[in-house]
Design a protein. Structure first.
Length: 541
């Protein structure tokens, strides 16, 4: 296999019989030319988004490149390696007694060299600390933090711990009537409130040294009001007034840049560095990296395309992303287990109803908890029917195995209530969406501090930003799994993060043949696709 560059056609040529790898990179097979020993010849040329000179498609083959191709790819390869950097020689301001880890300094360095940046490190590596480090380095005096509502107060605590700003002031906006402080150094607001007209207008009137978008995958949908409030688009007030106009630097944080599929990173790519995707529109981007075809009126089968090229475009231009296995060498492993239950009467009834529904969860267009009708009903019913079996298993883990503390994840509030009632004697603390930030954090603090509280019961979509569980627990159980790879992974990573000293085990309670079992297997496939796009193989050598 040899990669070369042809200056006459201004394109790269790969001579190889490895058709799988070449096609995965999106290269085009020549039907007329063969290599010196009869090998197939592949081109980076195609009919969309830069038809000839496409170094991003060639970059995955740099280890097979000749001198001419390496020279052409040299600068790009330097940027690509920087997105994996686990250390740097620079020192950045930090409070007395506080020190960035080497890979965190490398993340700050990467961000400072770009106007806009995505820190996409795996959960648990301290993206918040790196963001504050960037603010320290540029001596920012006014920063806007947009984040999920449940972690606004956590952000405030981290800012007070890591900011080097003199006479620091922070202003978390907890409700619409709080208004906006024009003098606070850090204003912290939720995605739900940033779209409120009065608050948005007040934020727009201020100039920001930096805007930090935590859990940036919240902005995956172009039409969502929160996306338009920050990046513009659509019609109405947000078309002409959007917050990204009021700053010269946007820093986005998310451990799941592709929550479910490649096309979901389009919004962030366009906003942070549209040039990185050759100014493609949404349809062209989706056709190239996430092609799909309608199978029936109920669902669309989505494919993956050109993932090595997409990975190179993101990493070379605006995304720094490190894996825990690479930068925390001594972090324990994590393991997933599917734990099948023996069906009782209630479970068998739900299984029978599922079979009557014409639905394949593995190819559902939008697999998440926002599902209506019969599907939503049977999912809730399965969660309810599984409660006795989940309770049995929890008692086994606590009483027989002797696990000191256990984290349980569920979604439906009535399932959570039933689990609390059945397991209350073990000492249960609960974190749900209706509690508010203070109570949610208190639940974690109490679970960590009190030995007699052995069960932490968390609602799936409230776990973003939750920190501290890893100090006392290394075992979690899903009473109800999420239907997106990012959601399950994010929950497990509440335990598998810095400060954990055990091997993390995550168990999924399943009934054989259920929607949950089928979708969980599909989730693993989607997770593999995401891994291939963002991380596969580390950087090419």
């Amino acid at each position: 296999m040899t990669l070369s560059f042809n200056p006459k056609t201004d394109g790269f040529i790969l001579t190889s019989n490895d058709a799988v790898r070449a096609r995965a990179a999106g290269l085009t097979l020549s039907t007329r030319i063969r290599g010196p020993q009869g090998e197939k010849v592949w081109y980076t040329a195609d009919n969309a988004m830069n038809p000839t000179h496409n170094p991003y498609a060639a970059l995955p083959f740099i280890s097979e490149a000749d001198a001419g191709a390496k020279a052409r790819l040299g600068r790009l390869y330097t940027d690509y390696k920087a997105s994996w950097a686990d250390s740097c020689d620079e020192d950045y301001p930090s409070p007395p007694g506080m020190e960035y880890m080497p890979y965190q300094k490398a993340g700050v360095s990467y961000a400072l060299k770009r106007g806009n940046c995505l820190i996409g490190d795996e959960p648990g590596l301290g993206k918040t600390i790196q963001a504050i480090g960037v603010a320290n380095a540029i001596e920012a005096q006014r920063v806007l933090v947009v984040c999920p509502a449940s972690i606004r107060l956590n952000w405030q605590r981290e800012i007070w711990a890591w900011s080097t700003m003199q006479k620091l002031s922070t202003y978390p906006i907890l409700k619409a009537s709080d208004g906006v402080s024009p003098v606070a150094n850090f204003v912290i607001i939720s995605y739900d409130l940033v779209r409120k007209e009065a608050l948005h207008e007040a934020l727009y009137e201020l100039d920001w040294d930096m805007i930090i978008l935590d859990e940036g995958h919240y902005l995956k949908t172009l039409e969502a009001l929160r996306t338009r409030a920050i990046f513009g688009g659509g019609t109405g007030a947000f078309k002409k007034k959007h917050l990204s106009e009021r700053t010269g630097r946007i820093l986005t944080l998310t451990g799941t840049p592709l929550p479910n599929r490649p096309r979901e990173c389009y919004t962030i790519a366009k906003a942070l560095c549209w040039e990185s995707i050759d100014w493609a529109n949404y349809d062209d981007f989706t056709y190239r990296y996430n092609p799909s075809g309608r199978v029936s009126d109920n669902y669309v089968r989505e494919e993956k395309g050109r993932l090595p090229e997409l990975r190179a475009r993101l990493r070379c231009n605006f995304m720094v992303r490190r894996l825990k296995a690479d930068v925390l060498k001594d972090l324990p492993d994590k393991r997933y287990e599917m734990s099948y239950v023996e069906p009782n009467g209630a479970i068998r009834e739900v299984l029978a109803r599922e079979k009557l529904i014409d639905f394949d969860p593995r190819t559902f267009i939008n697999p998440d908890f926002g599902i209506d009708g019969q599907i939503a009903t049977v999912r809730r019913e399965m969660g309810e029917a599984m409660v006795p079996r989940v309770v049995e298993h929890v008692k086994y883990l606590l009483d027989i195995v002797g696990i000191p503390k256990l984290v349980i994840f569920a979604h439906h509030k009535n399932v959570i209530a039933a689990l609390v009632e059945a397991l209350h004697k073990y000492g249960v603390v609960v974190r749900t969406g209706g509690q508010g930030s203070v109570r949610q954090q208190r639940a974690i603090d109490e679970f960590v501090a009190r030995v007699k509280l052995r069960i932490f019961l968390g609602q799936l979509d409230t776990m973003e930003g939750a920190d501290g569980l890893q100090a006392v627990c290394d075992r979690c159980l899903f009473a109800e799994p999420a239907w997106t790879p990012g959601r399950n992974e994010q929950c497990v990573d509440r335990l598998h993060r810095y400060g954990q000293h055990g091997n993390v085990i995550a168990q999924f309670m399943l009934a054989a043949g259920s929607f949950n079992e089928m979708v969980l297997k599909g989730v693993l496939v989607k997770a593999k696709s995401i891994h291939e796009t963002l991380d596969e193989g580390g950087y090419v050598k």
